[in-house]
Design a protein around this ligand. Structure first.
Ligand code: AMP
Ligand code: ZN
Length: 479
């Protein structure tokens, strides 16, 4: 087989087809990802969107492109959906909790960044904060207002019939898309959307700015058009987000971009969308059932990178169902990989020439180049980790190269770090180790009564003793 790198093919939601990645600026890759709305903690479904964007970014780097990645922080403008049409998510949270909106935004931005770090998501070149770009948003709106917008008492609205082919990205409105459109009095077309929302007369909002259309706040879609152009130019390469954004948010960004640039260009060459993480009971939600935050997984004793691996086991365009059993299986798989890589972690890296590794690296490159086929890429890193009678330095280099793309930290994680240890455990690890050592002594002395008593003592404290476990877990804390 040839070792020439495979061309990078990615699924473009605009054309609903695989396309070869051709950078706007040779040698570069400029990527914008819609970031979190910081009115609450992100759930692990939200974090799937950033694991996907990070995997895309790592792959672009692996393919030799100089990456500029932007993720925005939405701290203004994102409305609650249908039931509460017209309210800003952050204003609402601040009013409910009688807290400053700026404090709320800061708190949840930091919580989101903690999850980003825990999942090994690389820092983007820019975290763009929406409220820092309001003057540019007003300027952007001003330039399109006459030809593409109309004013109502509630704000400035974009007339979606003024651009060619509005909604091409969405293809057809889904039920969810339709229901999320605000029923606003006076809108000319149901899909028209606010680009500036006036503060109602007699009211004040915590976040508001003066504009040619009165005191108020920008619409959510406006921020991404403005910040992507400001930081990445027009057009740029790839815009990412969850599949829900394909229906309203991104079509609206595209309409604004077209109006602003007087072009039919959408603003990004490719629009890529990750599918949803779902629960067996249905859609993941921040308000119903057990709120699945990454911290909950950590509190139950799972290492966060097990969740990253769980995401990588599915293709990003497939729906992924979350279950605790699935997470446990992903953790075991990660531990197997870490243990297989352990023998080469401290050796010096060497240039790869062994045919088996060269072949695996080429297949890995082909899998990732095939629209980020992480499920296959994972099996290839496992094959490489399992190779015996092979130069250790070369093996280390090959594993490091693959792990640079998958981000599982195989060469730095230890198997002890992956042990299941719930936060509410009533027994410390030292105590477990001491009791297990005593039990080993009792067994060696064939004192089975003592050995069983020690085991029962551990079970009572929530420790599952795993004798003869081939993975060498030895013990784990039940949760
Ligand atoms: P939000 O904070 O609601 O703006 O969402 C942040 C990101 O998470 C967006 O890209 C959403 O499309 C994405 N997203 C929301 N729910 C899920 C889910 N259950 N699975 C995967 N991605 C999601
Ligand atoms: Zn956006």
């Amino acid at each position: 087989m040839t070792d020439a790198p495979a061309p990078l093919r990615l699924f473009n939601s605009l054309t609903r087809s695989l396309e070869t990645f051709q950078p706007v600026h040779p040698g570069e890759a400029r990527v914008y990802s819609c970031g979190p709305t910081v009115y609450n903690y992100p759930h692990i479904g939200n974090m799937r969107a950033y694991v996907f964007a990070d995997t895309l970014g790592r792959t672009l780097t692996h393919k030799g492109h100089r990456l500029t990645h932007v993720i925005n922080i939405t701290d203004v403008g994102h409305l609650t959906d249908d039931a509460d049409a017209g309210e800003d998510k952050l204003e609402k949270a601040a009013a409910e909790r009688a807290q400053s909106i700026w404090d709320i935004a800061k708190h949840y931005t930091e919580a989101y960044w903690a999850d980003v770090r825990a999942l090994g998501i690389r820092q983007p070149a820019h975290w763009s904060i929406a409220t820092e770009y309001v003057p540019q948003m007003i300027e952007f709106a001003r330039t399109i207002a006459d030809q593409h917008c109309y004013e109502l008492d509630s704000g400035l609205y974009f007339d979606t019939t003024t651009v060619a082919d509005y909604g091409r990205l969405a293809r057809h409105a889904t039920d969810e898309g339709e229901s999320r459109i605000d029923p606003v009095d006076g809108k000319r077309h149901p899909a028209d959307f606010a680009i500036w929302r006036k503060t109602p007369a007699g009211e004040t909002r915590q976040m508001e700015w003066e504009s040619p259309w009165g005191r108020g706040a920008p619409g959510w879609h406006l921020e991404c058009s403005v910040m992507s152009e400001a930081l990445l130019g027009f057009p740029f390469d790839i815009h990412t987000g969850g599949i829900d954004h394909r229906e309203i948010h991104h079509p609206n960004e595209i309409a604004q971009n077209q109006a602003h640039a007087c072009t039919t260009d959408s603003g990004a060459r490719m629009w890529m969308h990750n599918n949803f993480l779902v629960e067996r009971s249905g859609k993941m939600s921040k308000s119903s059932g057990e709120f699945l935050r990454l911290q909950l997984l950590i509190d139950k004793g799972y290492h966060p990178l097990a969740y990253r691996l769980m995401c990588l086991q599915a293709h990003y365009r497939s729906e992924l169902e979350f279950s605790w059993e699935g997470l446990g299986a992903a953790l075991t798989r990660l531990k197997r990989l870490v243990m297989a890589a352990a023998s080469v972690r401290d050796v010096e890296a060497g240039a790869v020439s062994d045919r088996r590794l060269v072949d695996l690296l080429a297949r890995f490159d082909a899998a990732m180049s095939d629209d980020l086929n992480t499920p296959v890429a994972l099996t290839l890193i496992e094959e490489a980790a399992a190779l015996k009678k092979i130069d250790a330095g070369q093996k280390r280099s090959a594993l490091a190269a693959m792990d640079d793309v998958l981000g599982l930290q195989l060469l730095t994680l230890s198997r002890e770090e992956l042990r299941v240890r719930p936060k509410n455990a009533t027994i410390g690890e030292n105590q477990i180790e001491v009791t297990l050592a005593k039990r080993r002594e009792a067994r060696a002395a064939k004192d089975f009564a003592a050995s069983d008593a020690l085991r029962d003592q551990l079970i009572a404290a929530g420790v599952e003793v795993m004798d003869g476990d081939p993975l060498g877990w030895d013990w784990r804390l039940d949760n």
